[in-house]
Design a protein around this ligand. Structure first.
Ligand SMILES: Nc1ncnc2c1ncn2[C@@H]1O[C@H](COP(=O)(O)OP(=O)(O)OP(=O)(O)O)[C@@H](O)[C@H]1O
Ligand SMILES: [Mg+2]
Length: 229
């Protein structure tokens, strides 16, 4: 199993208010599989992705991703694992406004590889997401959909084993949404494990299994392989 979550819970407290973002969630996902998680706004989808990525630590339960125990590993071990194995497409893109799209896509690798090699890779990925004519634009000068596609290219530059996608088509029209889904399919075929989070019920047609998140609870609603949905 590539992802193993066992009975994880996560709450946020501010002042006298406590939000139970995840309650007793279980999840097993093999390497190379595609899991789609749907669910309403505020149900805990992003929190779950952040726990898988090690950007947050669950309060209780067990969380193993690859060979890393996310509950016990230290921050440096988790950072290193994330850098080498995880691509994360953030719901709000998290592009750097001061840099153009090309540099934004190059950033994750800049400290680790030769600049020319990274630039060639970044140009290839920007071509894949059809942004070749926008590479020298800064994020504020491109549309939401273009930012989203740049964020996808950036998530792919380190050739991750696991791609975590938080609403990766939220700002796209149908044509671009289908394009992104096809890119993700190609990536899965290269052996990458995918977890895709979305409000869009249309997208739950994609993937090997579909879970729903509701009030912090995660439940399986179908598995395409067995034609259960
Ligand atoms: N850092 C935080 N501090 C306090 N509360 C938080 C924090 N992050 C999330 N929450 C709360 O936890 C709950 C789950 O949030 P989360 O972002 O995981 O939902 P979501 O399913 O991704 O929603 P959306 O579909 O709108 O993106 C929400 O009630 C949210 O307000
Ligand atoms: Mg979210």
């Amino acid at each position: 199993m590539y992802i193993q979550l066992h009975d994880i819970s996560k709450k946020y407290s501010s002042g006298s208010e406590t939000v139970h973002a995840i309650t007793h969630a279980n999840l097993l996902l093999d390497q190379g599989k595609w899991l789609t998680i749907t669910g309403p706004s505020g149900s805990g989808k992003t929190t779950l992705l952040r726990c898988i990525a090690g950007l947050e630590r669950a309060d209780s339960g067990k969380a193993k991703v690859g060979n890393i125990d996310m509950m016990t590993a230290n921050q440096e071990e988790i950072r290193k694992f994330r850098r080498n194995h995880i691509g994360y497409i953030f719901q709000d893109f998290q592009l750097f406004e001061q840099f153009d799209l090309l540099t934004n896509v190059m950033i994750p690798l800049l400290p680790f590889e030769k600049k020319e090699i990274i630039e060639a890779k970044a140009r290839q990925l920007l071509h894949l997401v059809q942004l070749t004519d926008r590479i020298h634009h800064k994020p504020r000068l491109v549309s939401g959909g273009e930012k989203q596609r740049a964020a996808i290219a950036r998530a792919l530059i380190s050739e991750p084993n696991l791609l975590l996608c938080d609403e990766p088509t939220g700002n796209l029209d149908i044509e671009n949404r289908d394009r992104v889904m096809n890119i993700l399919k190609d990536i899965q075929q290269q052996g990458v494990t995918i977890v895709l989070v979305t409000h869009d019920i249309e997208l739950s047609k994609h993937g090997d299994c579909v879970f729903e998140m509701r009030d912090g609870k995660l439940r399986e609603i179908g598995m395409h392989e067995n034609n259960r949905i």
